[in-house]
Design a protein around this ligand. Structure first.
Ligand SMILES: [Zn+2]
Length: 464
């Protein structure tokens, strides 16, 4: 891995990029500040967890009960004179995406092992706040809907606010939308232009607190459409501050970017790392989706379809490309198109994509975004020093299934020691059997997998 210095910038250039969801397309990933990076011995390679390729599924525009985009379209149309909003038959769309569908979707994903991120827009399209009242539904219906998210979704899905309303900007002093209606008072367009870290953090915290009041846990945020597209460094810092303030999250993350084709890396960016060997290490992780929404879109438009993810012969498609590279392959969709006014067209496309990926590969590992963020933070921010057959890790963050490839002599018997307690790792015959506490031989190397503790630990190979 490339070693990064304190003041390195993670530069990204144009190519195959689109904004997440609605609004302006980003032509490039703006320069982000990586922050501190520790010394890492080049002969010790940090691999994917258990040598599996992480997969995840990002769901935007979901919330409790409200079919967000039915209520959003007239607000978009009032803010911006764009032909598409005039022709969308939003009056015909249902008011609700029912909890029965959430249950069906969540159960199916649970059976398949699928994990990801599920937005709960806190004050969806100004219809009502999920911590107070949703006009159009009883308080019992809202309470049951939140309970379903807590019990069925939260174990396998990160919950994110997708800002406050996804439409009009809320004055955080009054709790009401600003009276102005132009794009500069829409969350998904230009309100964020020129905003400072503090202003953005105040806005993010307002969104996060609504979800906290509603009994939901968050470790990250999703930007609606073009939110913060011109203030991305500020967004990263505001995420770090607000998610830590409201939820005490150790490793906050945000979803802002999509790279839907081409060769550019889609690995998470670990940003603003600081205090790595202090009592209070910090960083924020930018999670990048590697596909467009090829399910049912945010407005139930004609879907691109499953083949773009993975073809019927299982040989090609964007997911195949990214899985073959070994980078986290994170799919994107919008809840509106997954439900598709009851036709479930997006859901069917997703189900077929999962079936095809599972048919081709046996080394995939579905993970929540927060688990991917933690793994990448540990991978990039753990100090790794090798001295003969001893490797010492100094980890700012604990990390399950930490997997490393280390040169090792014949007869090696890896032992992990932390807090003075040695634990002998168990050999497995095949890479596919690798799990925490195990190791496998690869020619002149050993691949070891263990739960990396926060602080210092030592891996002794032996057998030299
Ligand atoms: Zn959205």
């Amino acid at each position: 891995m490339q070693q990064l210095n304190r003041r390195d910038f993670l530069m990204s250039t144009a190519g195959g990029l689109a904004a997440a969801g609605l609004g302006f397309g980003a032509s490039q990933l703006p320069a982000q500040i990586a922050g501190e990076r520790p010394i890492r011995d080049k002969t010790v390679e940090v691999l994917n967890p258990r040598m599996r390729v992480p997969l995840s599924f990002i769901i935007d525009d979901s919330t409790c009960l409200v079919n967000l985009n039915k209520f959003a379209v007239p607000q978009f149309a009032a803010a911006w004179n764009y032909d598409r909003y005039k022709t969308q038959p939003w009056r015909k769309w249902p008011d609700e995406i029912p909890d029965d569908f959430v249950r069906k979707f969540g159960n199916w994903c649970g059976e398949q092992g699928v994990k990801g991120k599920y937005s709960i827009v806190p004050y969806p399209a100004c219809v009502g706040r999920v911590d107070r009242e949703l006009p159009g539904w009883t308080s019992r219906e809202l309470a049951n809907s939140l309970k379903l998210v807590r019990e069925l979704m939260m174990p396998n899905w990160d919950i994110h606010p997708e800002m406050i309303t996804h439409t009009r900007v809320i004055d955080t002093k009054t709790g009401h939308p600003y009276p102005q209606r132009g794009p500069e008072f829409m969350e998904n367009w230009s309100w964020t232009d020129g905003k400072s870290v503090d202003e953005l953090a105040d806005y993010l915290a307002y969104a996060l607190k609504i979800l906290k009041n509603a009994g939901l846990h968050c470790d990250g945020i999703t930007t609606p459409g073009g939110f913060a597209s011109r203030v991305v460094p500020q967004l990263a810092q505001a995420t770090l501050e607000s998610v830590r303030d409201v939820y005490r999250s150790e490793i906050p993350h945000y979803f802002r970017f999509v790279i839907a084709d081409g060769e550019k890396s889609v690995a998470p960016r670990v940003e603003y790392a600081s205090g790595l060997e202090s009592r209070d290490p910090k960083c924020v992780v930018s999670i990048i989706a590697c596909t467009g929404d090829w399910t049912g879109g945010w407005d139930c438009s004609e879907p691109v379809g499953v083949d773009r993810f993975i073809s019927a012969d299982l040989k090609s498609g964007r997911m195949v490309d990214v899985i073959e590279r070994g980078e986290p392959a994170i799919m994107l969709c919008h809840w509106t198109g997954i439900y598709f006014n009851g036709e479930e067209i997006g859901f069917k496309i997703f189900q077929e994509a999962v079936r095809r990926m599972h048919a081709r590969y046996d080394h995939l590992r579905w993970m929540k975004l927060t688990d991917i963020a933690r793994y990448w933070a540990a991978k990039e921010l753990t100090r790794v020093v090798r001295n003969g057959d001893r490797v010492t890790f100094t980890a700012p963050f604990a990390c399950p299934d930490f997997t490393v490839r280390v040169p090792a002599a014949k007869g090696a018997q890896p032992v992990l020691t932390s807090a003075g307690r040695p634990a002998t790792l168990s050999p497995v015959k095949k890479v596919g059997q690798l799990k925490s506490g195990g190791w496998v031989r690869e020619k002149s190397h050993v691949v070891a997998c263990f739960d990396l503790p926060k602080g210092k630990s030592t891996l002794t190979l032996g057998g030299l």
